[in-house]
Design a protein around this ligand. Sequence first.
Ligand code: CO
Length: 466
Amino acid sequence: MAKVKITETALRDAHQSLMATRMPTEEMLPILEKMDTIGYHSLEAWGGATFDACLRFLNEDPWERLRKIRERVKNTKIQMLFRGQNMLGYRHYPDDVVEYFIQKAVANGIDILRVFDALNDARNLETSVKACKKEGGHLQAAISYTTGPVYTTEYFANYAKTLESMGADSICIKDMAGLLKPYDAYELVKAIKETVKLPVQLHTHTTSGLGAMTLIKGVEAGADVIDTAISPFSGGTSQPSTEALVAALAGTEYDTGIDLSKLDDITLHFMPLREKYINNGLLDTKMLKVDVNALIYQVPGGMLSNLVSQLKQQGKADKLDEVLAEVPKVRADAGYPPLVTPSSQIVGSQAVLNVLAGERYKMVSKEFKGLIRGEYGQSPIEIDPAFREKIIGNAEVIAHRPADDIAPELDSIREKVAPYYEKEEDILSYALFGQVAEKFFEYRKNKKYNIDAENADKEKHIHTIV
Ligand code: CO
């Protein structure tokens, strides 16, 4: 019987999509041992935003979080999301940093590394694939799903084939924007299953209200694993609910093997947290409604809210319609990149500039120039040479793997971290989040320093008595 497996996203994508990734480790710990008994394929627990939010907002060491989860999750695989050569950040990093990060991630407890590239340029995954295989991790190569003239089923199937030949252990269709419709999912999964011999996992968001239908059609087409979120953190911009999918597939040839009544313990743990975050405003219930704008404008929901806030800051909220009409034009000029971090921000910001300047490309951002020059990799469709010249003049076009130009950084980072150094992983936190990591290190140090100050005061006090 073709069992379908479940990846639970409660610890990563679910709270990232609904409440800016603010769930602290202490709220996860009490339920982890029970989650470990459910029979999930994996727990998605780590990624760019979880790492960033730990350092930036939660005063937590993301590496400690991973270790604490690993201590309690002994049987279920732990999974992370990784942006290939962008790692967990927003630019390309040198190979030595990528390799060292993956080494430490696996050593600290990551079993499955899900790697994607914003442009679906396989060269940007090369170093990650090699490093993950070397460390004995499971390399899941993800296809950034989007729509547009080049994005036929055949295009995605060919990309899956490339990823398989590079050494991927499984393929993920990553529909970060909730654009994948149920019958398209069926066609896509079927085509990829026919093209590669690897397990196929389906990841979507239920932003437009389609998520559960998309997963079901994907399962019917042969998807081996699907991503779902426990109900208190499911729906809206998050994943479809775990309980609903387990119930829907129970007793069919796709049965997940998960006992629905056992999931109740997990639901009961997360339910009061949902209430807490709705009450304190961190979980905006607007995130939970069906929003078909993503389908109409072909822009991810998260990007839409970014554009609105950028325009509001300029007092130009009334320009939203013009900007929404401009986004697809800028995307076309840039060779139709999928809109996912970091390309979504680059294209969105340029569309805003084009509208606010009153003339297209009168002002061009540094990042957009970089995108057109090839600093992020090869665009899915070739960029018109005349347009490229208009944007970057005679600057050299990068046709090779962009990271080939980036010099090793580990040694210089090691020097910078020296004043704060407590463990090897600090070097990687700093490599990714520079000043944010430094602030966290200060906090960590000061906490200790304060304890010392207390002792110093006591000493002073003692002296005074004497
Ligand atoms: Co996602």
